[in-house]
Design a protein around this ligand. Structure first.
Ligand code: UTP
Length: 290
């Protein structure tokens, strides 16, 4: 079955990025000139996913405002003859079917996904955590859909992480069935290093079968008192196979200060308008010495 829908959980509190997240949702933080969430939506579009379901919560209205049409900008740019800038307010929401639902309380990622159940229905669907920034030649969702097409079951994006970071992620145990593709045997949320079955960490892209909702409904709060998506996926594994793809690309955790800064530099260096100026600035910067 084709993947038409993507759920974007965006109701988290972003505590690691306080104080900015007091008033700006993490998903609205900027990479050059677009908010993180737009990169995620563009990734879905490139994988021909056009139904976007955003899970918002308190203090997240900036996301909804962003995806509205900016008539004032359009009129102003036309009046001033700045037609070349019109493309930049080209409304991505014209190319997607956008719906929102709210998670009334940030009870965890699993709970956020469960909030989308009625909108998803009985179809397989994608989940995109747009604060996981993934820079890749082939959009990672496209890489995952290729696997889904061949195997027909859930696919998780995984990445090797250093030992010191293992306890921050859901970690899989799997059998490598093809280069970089694993059939999952078990998975555990935020294990201590000594209990971790591998260094393969689940990151913010998933393709899930609708059966996940059967388990999400009954999942009790797990690590950190949150309703964890990983725990529901573990239960799903008892009824159907699940695959993990070690995707090709570089990932930055947009919810982490240092990683967000690294991503801003990388995207600045990839952008034709900012590349040379940024490179020159970095080379000459008095801050770039030990
Ligand atoms: P994170 O744990 O990275 O986000 O959740 P957070 O909770 O906002 O950040 P910190 O840890 O407090 O700094 C991963 C994704 O799941 C969403 C977040 O918005 C983020 O996109 N999420 C998390 C929800 O939508 N609801 C929740 O209850 C928890």
């Amino acid at each position: 079955m084709r993947i038409n829908k993507a759920v974007f959980p965006a109701a988290g509190l972003g505590t690691r990025l306080l104080p900015i997240t007091k008033s700006i949702p993490k998903e609205m933080l900027v990479l050059v000139d677009k908010p993180l969430i737009q990169y995620g939506v563009e990734e879905c579009l490139s994988a021909k996913i056009t139904d976007i379901i955003i899970i918002t919560g308190r203090g997240k209205t900036a996301i909804e405002n962003y995806f509205d049409r900016s008539i004032e900008h359009e009129i102003l740019l036309k009046e001033k003859g700045k037609h070349h800038l019109l493309k930049s307010v080209d409304d991505i929401s014209d190319r997607i079917n956008l719906t929102y639902t709210r998670q009334k309380e940030a009870l965890g990622l699993g709970h956020a996904v469960l909030c989308a159940q009625n909108m998803v229905g009985e179809e397989p669907f994608a989940v995109v955590l747009s604060d996981d920034i993934i820079d890749s030649d082939i959009p990672v969702m496209k890489q995952m859909i290729d696997i889904y097409r061949n195997y027909g079951y859930s696919v998780l994006a995984v990445q090797r992480v250093e030992d010191k970071d293992v306890s921050k992620y859901g970690i899989i145990q799997g059998k490598e069935i093809k280069n970089g593709l694993y059939q999952i045997e078990d998975l555990v949320e935020k294990p201590e290093l000594k209990d971790a079955p591998s260094n393969l960490a689940i990151v913010g892209r998933y393709i899930l079968t609708p059966n996940i909702f059967d388990f999400l409904k009954d999942i009790k709060p797990g690590k950190g008192g949150e309703i964890q998506l990983t725990d529901a996926i573990r239960s799903l594994l008892s009824v159907q196979p699940i695959y993990a793809l070690e995707f090709k690309g570089d990932r930055y955790d947009g919810g982490d200060k240092l990683d967000l800064l690294k991503a801003q530099i990388v995207y600045g260096l990839k952008n034709h308008e900012t590349k040379s100026g940024l490179m020159e600035f970095i080379k000459k910067s008095k801050w770039c010495v030990d």
